[in-house]
Design a binder for this molecule. Structure first.
Ligand SMILES: Nc1nc2c(ncn2[C@@H]2O[C@H](COP(=O)(O)OP(=O)(O)OP(=O)(O)O)[C@@H](O)[C@H]2O)c(=O)[nH]1
Length: 673
């Protein structure tokens, strides 16, 4: 593709906390660019990007949706991502293919819990960003408050490229700090679609006070950018040090672009998507300050058999795809969400070979393997599970197929079979996540299913070191499989909670250790820790030392694995055991008069309050609460606060349960109470 065409493509994501207004902002972008003729409304359930039935019914984004439109000669490929914490995997998988992002904030709330999460994900993928302070029309909206919260919580340098004219009820437009022009939307009509606005320079005669504010803001911006960009600093000091007023807008714009692409700072814009103000300048900013694909460091060009250009739930088939575009392809048999397909076989083989070579025998020596794997989407561990049942067994193959497809699309959904009961188990990120999957099985695959009660995914660990020995002796046909092994397990206090055990070998263990025998031993270990001895939950934070192994020459690798697995289970059973429960970070936004009711309720839930912040007229309670105490919390909070409070819940860590609670849970599970 010619460079001049590539320069005019923007692949961007739009990301934020739930309800900040991403979908509404996207709808306005589509409308102003001419792709839709009417304004879609989240509250009426007729938006383009929230096309799943569940999204329209609930007014939330669940799946990332891609849309393509043109703006002033630029092609914009835009992905609207979900804000709810249950769907963070969906956000991360879209971030990986983007060149830039627009972070949308509710200007009355500033940085909220989920914004922090997606911001960190964007940091990880080195995505240049611009901020849009939405909802400037809302009661309590405050530009200064939102900017301060970006500075403090996101630890970034906001570059104020606009100032609002008015706030909350009086919000009517904004000033472009770079060009010193004001943009006013028609204040008279609430039905106005925002297409027409007045744009003119701020002048001394019209509004001397505003002009002073704009000059001060522009001077501050120039100083800030000069501090971050040497080329600009030279220009400013050389020619304009006496009076910044004469500094041409295009020079300032180019410098802001450079610092944005280098991720040294983040330009900030404002508006009200719902009231149709500020979206066109935001689109200009996307083209002006976010990178083109050729300014990002990828290296692919490829062709696929069938390619589709996405437009939310509709697609147009295209003959080929060049670097820098986003498109869909269908019919991939092996690929799942999170996979990267490379056109060069050589580079894929080289990466796999490097990964293989790196797998060492010592703990913590898998740095390169990790760096290869971490380039992919990070899939959080599911914290909830429940059984899924069919009314008729004959539908089981259909259900298996549906669950297979859903898992490939959504890697945060895990499906397993209970080894004792044979039941199918769904594991997900939250109540809403599992509910949506249940709903999709019915609507998209036409299968009626019933969910068992939602249960919590606990973990197990051990508290002391133990050793065990086991022998397996079997004759199959004319072959005798005889193997004896001795191994030890101990608690592992590594840096992060991990269910994958650290595996070590005693000095001089079977020197030289053949690769296939090592693999058989490790398969045995890996098949045993997922079913813990207490309640069958994965055992985390353990180290295993394999001390010895003797075997008959005819012993198969499968028998070696089986013997190691049995020996591990024996050792885990012998050790002192501990149940771990998911501890959640909880953030509740509630008005001051309802705070005590919410705190009183939290005290009943083993919650520990970490901080109570003030956010405009609201209080934000930051707490850590065991997940077991949060079942059905949305209903409780709704009735406590007449629906006015909101909350987010995110897995913090797994913590040890105290002995009384552990015993109570064990008794309950064994049917004793
Ligand atoms: N006052 C005001 N409300 C807005 C504005 N933009 C969006 N809203 C409202 O905020 C709510 C959430 O808007 P959405 O556009 O669905 O937000 P979202 O960020 O896409 O939400 P999720 O997809 O669920 O994460 C809706 O009720 C919108 O009508 C705005 O500029 N001002």
């Amino acid at each position: 593709m010619p460079l001049h065409v590539l320069c005019r493509i923007r692949n961007i994501g739009i990301m934020a906390h739930i309800d900040a207004g991403k979908t509404t902002t996207t709808e306005r972008m589509l409308y102003y660019s001419g792709y839709t003729r009417a304004l879609g409304d989240v509250d009426d359930g007729d938006t383009v990007t929230d096309f799943m039935a569940q999204e329209r019914e609930r007014g939330i984004t669940i799946q990332s949706a891609a849309v393509t439109f043109d703006w002033k000669g630029y092609r914009i490929n835009l992905i609207d991502t979900p804000g709810h914490v249950d769907f963070t995997v969906e956000v991360e998988r879209s971030l990986r293919v983007l060149d830039g992002a627009v972070a949308v904030f509710d200007a009355s709330a500033g940085v909220e819990a989920q914004t922090l999460t997606v911001w960190r994900q964007a940091d990880k993928h080195h995505i240049p960003r611009i901020c849009f302070l939405n909802k400037m029309d809302k009661n309590g909206a405050s530009f200064t408050y939102a900017v301060d919260s970006i500075k403090e919580k996101l630890k970034t340098k906001p570059l104020l490229l606009q100032l609002p004219i008015g706030e909350a009820k009086t919000f009517k437009g904004l000033v472009d700090i770079v060009t010193k022009e004001q943009i006013i939307w028609n204040p008279a009509s609430s039905l106005d679609d925002g297409k027409v606005f007045e744009q003119k320079p701020v002048t001394e005669t019209d509004d001397p006070e505003l002009l002073k504010d704009v000059r001060d803001a522009r001077n501050a911006l120039i100083e800030q950018v000069a501090d971050l960009d040497d080329e600009f600093a030279e220009l400013v000091l050389g020619n304009f040090s006496e009076n910044f007023d004469f500094l041409p807008a295009d020079k300032l714009q180019s410098a802001v672009r450079r610092v944005t692409l280098a991720q040294k700072a983040v330009p900030v814009f404002c508006g009200s998507a719902l009231k149709n103000k500020g979206v066109q300048p935001l689109l200009d900013a996307v083209t002006m300050y976010l990178p083109a694909p050729n300014e990002c460091s990828y290296d692919f060009l490829e062709r696929m058999s069938r390619l589709l250009l996405p437009f939310a739930d509709q697609q147009i088939e295209i003959p080929s795809l060049m670097a820098g575009n986003i498109a869909l392809t269908v019919g991939l048999k092996q690929s799942a969400t999170g996979d990267t397909i490379v056109s060069s076989k050589a580079s894929a083989v080289a990466a796999a070979r490097r990964a293989g070579r790196e797998v060492g025998r010592k703990p913590g020596c898998n740095s390169e393997v990790e760096s290869l794997l971490l380039a992919g989407v990070e899939i959080p561990e599911p914290v909830f599970f429940c059984t899924i049942e069919l009314s008729s067994v004959s539908k089981q193959p259909d259900l298996d197929n549906a669950l297979n497809c859903l898992q490939r699309e959504d890697p945060s959904l895990k499906v397993r079979i209970d080894p004792d009961t044979g039941q199918t188990i769904l594991c997900g990120m939250g109540e809403l996540h599992i509910e949506i999957i249940h709903d999709r099985i019915k609507r998209e695959y036409g299968i009626e299913t019933y969910l068992g009660p939602l249960q919590i995914a606990y973990r197990e660990t051990i508290l002391d070191s133990v050793q065990a020995t086991d022998t397996l002796d079997r004759t199959i046909g004319d072959k005798r499989h005889l193997v004896t092994t001795q191994l030890g397990v101990r608690p592992w206090a590594g840096e992060r909670s991990s269910v994958t055990p650290v595996i070590e070998y005693a000095d001089n263990f079977m020197e030289p250790l053949q690769k296939d025998i090592q693999e058989a031993i490790e398969n045995g270990i890996n098949s045993s820790y997922l079913q813990g001895p207490l309640l069958g939950f994965p055992v985390q934070d353990i180290a295993v030392t394999v001390y010895s192994m003797t075997m008959h020459s005819e012993t198969s690798l499968t028998m070696i694995s089986a013997c190691v697995s049995r020996c591990m289970q024996k050792a885990l059973k012998k050790a002192s055991k501990q149940l771990l429960e998911p501890l959640m970070n909880l953030e509740i936004t509630v008005s001051e008069d309802l705070l005590s009711a919410v705190l009183g309720d939290l005290a009943q839930r083993r919650g520990s309050i970490q901080e109570i912040q003030s956010r405009q007229d609201n209080k934000v309670v930051v707490a850590a609460v065991p997940l077991a105490e949060m079942m059905g919390y949305s209903t409780v909070l709704r009735s406590l606060t007449s629906g006015s409070a909101t909350f987010t819940l995110e897995l913090a860590s797994y913590q040890a349960m105290n002995i009384q609670e552990q015993n109570a849970l064990l008794q309950k599970r064994s049917g004793l109470v």
